[in-house]
Design a protein. Structure first.
Length: 106
């Protein structure tokens, strides 16, 4: 999630809060997908990602980083088995975080 996606997420969160749904924002799990390989990431890119994470962390339940994964680059159907171990771990963490929030609110 970089500039445009973060802007859209902020706008959506503000709309939920304005409409009286603060709990949706505070219980949200945000995934930050790296769009560059760690070894190729520029300092500016890393700074933007860190800034976005710091901005969302106090607003939501959890912010989870999903590392760059070439299997996601095509934008087509994603085969879980094609993801890197680090990506699978991040998605497992996200699924557990979401399930935990659903259990608390049921």
């Amino acid at each position: 999630m970089c500039g445009d996606s973060a802007k859209a997420a902020r706008k959506m969160m503000r709309a939920f809060i304005t409409d009286g749904h603060e709990e949706l924002v505070s219980s949200a799990v945000v995934l930050l997908h790296d769009i560059e390989r760690a070894e190729a990431a520029t300092p500016d890119y890393l700074e933007v990602v860190q800034s976005i994470a710091e901005e969302f962390t106090p607003l939501v339940s959890e912010v989870i980083a999903v590392p760059y994964d070439n299997a996601l680059k095509g934008g087509d159907v994603i085969e879980f088995a094609d993801l890197s171990e680090d990506s699978r771990r991040a998605y497992h963490q996200a699924a557990a975080a979401i399930a935990s929030r659903l259990l608390r609110h049921s």
